[in-house]
Design a protein around this ligand. Structure first.
Ligand code: PGA
Length: 255
């Protein structure tokens, strides 16, 4: 089965900025060869490389996204990066709510909703990450956790339809226990969650363009299984996306 597929490569802090530029330039031609009408690729380098990597892929079909953003517009916020800067640089996507930033910066669901709001104000597509911890999964609370993470977002969406109707919203379901662990959920678990997500997003009063992604230990071996799960229309990939040969296999599977 062929689907339109969006692949987000989250470089996290694996490479230093010089290595990031090298990775992008060495693989430039091959990255471009990977895009076609069915595949969309979004690379998310560190803040320090964002502008340079965006320049490298300017006028190509490779898109660039940030790994996080500030909730604030501008002002005395040492160490933060504004959404307005992304807008001025022509960056069209930003990850928000990644479990690693939720954990490191003690972000609440409201903080993430504020980032969501800030991004859509500037016409930048949010890549919203949601997902449960292992204990929450074991307690059968996954859908409750996802509901709590999504509720403040749905409230914003209800009042911002005019800003959302020309943006693509990307929602990455990333079980925290799967990220970097090599373990992925089984088919029933994924089908249940993705059909729930699909029902929630397609049932919104105001229709929006949305793509549901899976993230957590995606690799060349499990890509086939994951791509065949109904309603998974993209991946958010960390570690495996920094090995170009592996990344290529993941992207190409099913083409
Ligand atoms: P991983 O990371 O592919 O290395 O598990 C995924 C993510 O954190 O987005």
């Amino acid at each position: 089965m062929k689907k339109n597929f969006t692949i987000i490569s989250n470089w996290k802090m694996y490479l230093d900025t010089i290595e990031e530029l090298k990775f992008a330039t060495i693989n430039y031609d091959n990255f471009i060869k990977l895009t076609n009408s069915e595949n969309k690729i979004i690379l998310c380098p560190s803040f320090l490389s964002l502008n340079s990597i965006n320049q490298i892929f300017k006028s190509t079909d490779i898109f660039i996204g940030a790994q996080n953003c500030s909730t604030h517009l501008n002002g005395n916020f040492t160490g933060q990066i504004s959404v307005e800067s992304f807008n001025k640089l022509g960056i069209k996507y930003s990850i928000i709510g990644h479990s690693e930033t939720r954990r490191e910066f003690k972000e609440s669901n409201i903080d993430i909703a504020n980032k969501f709001s800030r991004l859509i104000d500037f016409g930048i597509s949010p890549i919203l990450c949601i997902g449960e911890e292992l204990e929450e999964k074991k307690a059968g609370k996954t859908l409750d956790v996802l509901t709590k993470q999504l509720d403040p977002i749905f409230k914003i969406m209800e009042n911002s339809y005019n800003k959302l109707n020309h943006l693509e919203l990307l929602i990455a379901y990333e079980p925290v226990w799967s990220i970097g662990s090599g373990i992925i959920p089984d088919q029933d678990y994924l089908e249940n969650i993705f059909s729930w997500l699909h029902k929630n997003f397609s049932g919104l009063r105001n229709k929006i363009v949305f793509t549901l992604l899976y993230g957590g230990s995606v690799n060349a071996e499990n890509a086939k299984f994951l791509k065949n799960i109904k309603n998974i229309n993209g991946f958010l990939i960390g570690k495996s996306s920094l090995d170009f040969q592996e990344f290529e296999k993941i992207v190409k599977y099913g083409i």
